[in-house]
Design a binder for this molecule. Structure first.
Ligand code: RUQ
Ligand code: CUA
Length: 763
């Protein structure tokens, strides 16, 4: 401890006086490095396109599905540096997600039939849009296995809500948003009876099993889905797959693919060929075309039927009201993607070498003229494929998904079997370029490529297999996200990123400038509800209540101190600990845990978090801060004392330390020396235009906040010294220094910031 103290004083002195260690630059040249590492010119070019120097930031932020982890992965483009994993459908310890009461309440919304589901098969993230453009406010993501949708707020990158689909048993084609995020929608995948827990044998598949499209109403002001205003459209058991929302001229409509419209069931155990044969026997499946705007009006007019308490527009009604149509599409398609101008939709064939481009105008003309080539077995009008197609283009084997460029008419389609990306022109119907990827690409993604205004520049290939691309880590391989530069005529592969968390089906990216995340919460916020936390406290308001066997602690956290530092309870008590992080400083997160009680909280500046447990084991349980928040982070500690039944104290005083006058004097000198540094830093900061730098203003406020806490302590240690109580005198002097260190730390950070960002002398 002593040693550390001396060293940090020296460090502070060194930094305060602007001393820096001498840096010896390597004498190696670029050519030397290329030779030593076996790099080509091409490699260097790729490196220079992705390298983001220290202190600089990425241009785009990507939100990737975390696949089976049930999380969202955030990374930067072009550096491909991972910035965050966000807990969504599954507990995530770092963020205390699932370990504190506020986040447990969010996860509890995702329970199905009263049971916790602690995994998720996350597939498709979708960003909120305003006028068809990505607005950086919210992110949505679905769970295919357990049909759920989550809402994340991009002000704090936290999961705020989980809704369970009331009528499906699985869903894949979600989440997609309408151009003003009026609705977030998802399509059922594997057909099943819509009524909860109803059993029908497979022999009644055609009659009793159903698919559907669910339109979740999003309340942007609340930042939540409103299940009461949401509805579904009942569909035949055709395995509805990926979908997209119309935009521009096609706004108000949604488009959904399907596979296995053969309605084949049974397989081997029923003495029939397997699903894969039965589900791809016919040449075509159905593209579902739905007028969701009109569907919403019909639901509002009371034309829906309640199933499991949820409004469902039955097929009969949809047919009668003319809001549901089918168009044949080449068999077993995968993605359907609406072009940025909303005039066309691209359907990828999967088992066909073609992508089919449908014209929205032609679709509408056929519907208006009532020209249907047939009806499906449920009576849904079927439009002619020939009469609605704009063009078909042969791209290669296994086309899956399509994304768009900022350049008009330019699209990119993933070719799963060929392991390639095809760049092509969907207006003229011709291939422009192809590039190999590694390997077996599923989705692909361009910057804001789902929106009315794609940003171009980069494309990410989400490859299902990585095989030999990375250092081997056992039979389970990471996925491979490959970054491709699309700013020129020829595509160039520039980076391989292993993604080690589940199979990330899809990812979306947004211009980093559109994101405006907060750095702190308003003091005392429950971040999961965005409301003031009823158990929040300000400094000095901390207290503990005990009623019967319930102990409730209203505490706080600030460098480097947990209030309270001792919690005494009786065995069997129910303990609730609320903690408010009183910090204002950026990045001053404190964590909190109690030994062996399986609780953890991440408490960012301003946040209030609650942990709860039953103190069912007598004994001594240290609690501490789990984030290395300050030089005295390890000392940010306390004890939970769980007393046995009928326990009586025998001693009532704590052991005294041994301190001398010399130690006291040394501490007083240390305080005086540190004050000199603080004064010099303050003199520098106030000599420049620091008020023009909001980040610095926040740091300076925080620094003075810390320094303000020394008030009255000088009188205190001097009074103890007068009584020759060297322990109290020394420790209170030390406490002044603790506040000074935090002040100086902030002041030096502010000074460095100002020096590096061109602050100018005032006066
Ligand atoms: S899927 S590889 Cu789950 Cu989006 Cu197409
Ligand atoms: Cu607070 Cu470590």
């Amino acid at each position: 401890m002593k040693k550390f103290t001396q060293r940090s004083t020296t460090l502070l002195l060194a930094a305060g006086m602007g001393l820096a260690a001498a840096t010896a630059w390597s004498a190696e040249t670029l050519q030397d490095v290329m030779k030593r590492r076996g790099l080509s010119q091409q490699d260097l070019l790729a490196a220079s396109k992705t390298y983001v120097p220290t202190g600089k930031r990425d241009d785009f932020i990507a939100f990737s599905s975390g696949g089976q982890s049930g999380q969202v992965i955030v990374y930067g483009i072009p550096s491909m540096r991972i910035l965050k994993y966000i807990g969504v459908f599954t507990p995530e310890p770092w963020q205390g997600y699932g370990f504190d009461e506020e986040s447990k309440a969010v996860l509890a919304q995702g329970r199905i039939d009263g049971k916790d589901i602690t995994w998720g098969d996350t597939h498709h993230p979708g960003m909120s849009e305003t006028n068809g453009e990505a607005d950086g406010q919210f992110l949505f993501i679905n769970d295919k296995a357990n049909p759920r949708v989550a809402v994340l707020d991009l002000r704090d990158f936290e999961t705020k809500q989980i809704v369970v689909n009331p009528i499906y048993k699985s869903e894949h084609g979600g989440t997609f948003v309408t151009p003003n995020t009026e609705y977030v929608f998802e399509a059922a995948q594997y057909a099943s009876p819509l009524e909860n827990k109803k059993f029908y044998p497979l022999e009644e598949f055609n009659e009793k099993y159903r698919g559907g499209m669910t339109y979740w109403k999003f309340d942007r002001k609340e930042g939540r889905i409103d299940p009461k205003k949401s509805f579904s459209v009942e569909l035949p058991p055709y395995s509805q797959d990926l979908s997209d929302a119309g935009k521009g001229p096609s706004d108000g409509w949604s488009f959904t693919n399907s596979f296995c419209s053969e309605r084949y069931v049974g397989g081997i155990e029923k003495g029939r060929p397997p699903y894969e044969a039965g589900c791809s026997a016919k040449d075509t499946d159905y593209l579902h075309v739905i007028n969701w705007k009109k569907a919403a009006e019909l639901v509002a007019a009371g034309k829906a039927k309640k199933i499991n308490g949820h409004d469902v527009l039955m097929m009969e009604t949809s047919i009668k009201e003319g809001i549901l149509f089918l168009i044949p599409e080449p068999k077993s398609p995968h993605g359907v993607d609406v072009t940025p101008d909303g005039t066309k939709l691209v359907v990828a064939g999967k088992l066909d070498t073609h992508v089919s481009v449908y014209s929205f105008e032609k679709i509408m003309a056929q519907i208006k003229a009532g020209k249907f080539e047939s009806k499906d077995p449920y009576g849904i009008p079927v439009l002619s494929m020939k009469d609605t197609l704009h063009t078909q283009v042969s791209l290669g084997l296994g086309p899956l998904h399509t994304q768009f460029d900022s350049k008009t008419c330019v699209a990119y389609t993933s070719l799963y079997v060929d392991s390639q990306v095809a760049k092509w022109d969907y207006c003229e119907g011709k291939v422009l370029d192809k590039i190999s990827v590694h390997y077996n690409i599923g989705h692909l993604m361009t910057m804001e490529g789902d929106t009315a205004k794609p940003a171009g520049r980069y494309l990410v290939a989400l490859n299902k297999l990585s095989i030999d691309r990375f250092n081997p880590v056992g039979p389970l391989h990471p996925q491979n996200h490959q970054l491709i530069d699309i700013s020129n005529d020829k595509m160039q592969l520039i980076y391989d990123m292993p993604l080690p968390l589940g199979e990330p089906h899809y990812v979306v990216a947004i211009d980093a400038k559109k994101l405006k995340p907060a750095v702190r919460y308003k003091l005392g916020t429950n971040s999961r509800t965005d409301q003031p936390h009823p158990a929040a406290v300000r400094a000095g308001e901390e207290h503990t209540d005990k009623k019967g066997n319930k102990v409730e602690v209203f505490g706080s956290l600030i460098r480097s101190h947990i209030t309270p530092e001792t919690i005494e309870v009786d065995v069997g008590d129910e303990v609730t600990i609320h903690l408010t992080n009183l910090e204002r400083a950026q990045d001053e997160t404190h964590g909190f845990t109690v030994s062996t009680y399986n609780v953890h909280a991440s408490v960012e500046p301003g946040k209030t978090v609650t942990v709860k447990f039953k103190a069912d084991k007598e004994g001594v349980y240290p609690y501490y801060c789990t984030e290395f928040c300050s030089a005295l982070h390890l000392e940010m500690q306390g004890y939970l004392l769980v007393k046995p039944k009928g326990w009586k104290a025998s001693k009532t005083t704590l052991a005294a330390g041994t301190y001398t006058e010399a130690e006291y004097k040394a501490n007083v000198k240390k305080v005086a020396d540190t004050q000199v540094i603080i004064d010099s830093v303050v003199a520098y900061i106030t000599s420049v235009n620091y008020k023009d730098f909001p980040d610095v203003v926040a740091m300076v406020d925080d620094a003075f906040d810390q320094l303000g806490k020394t008030k009255g302590l000088k009188e205190k240690h001097e009074a103890f010294a007068a009584k020759k109580d060297w322990e109290n005198a020394t420790l209170w002097a030390e406490q002044i220094w603790q506040y000074q260190v935090k002040t100086a730390d902030l002041g030096l950070r502010a000074k460095t910031y100002l020096e590096q960002n061109g602050a100018k002398k005032v006066k």
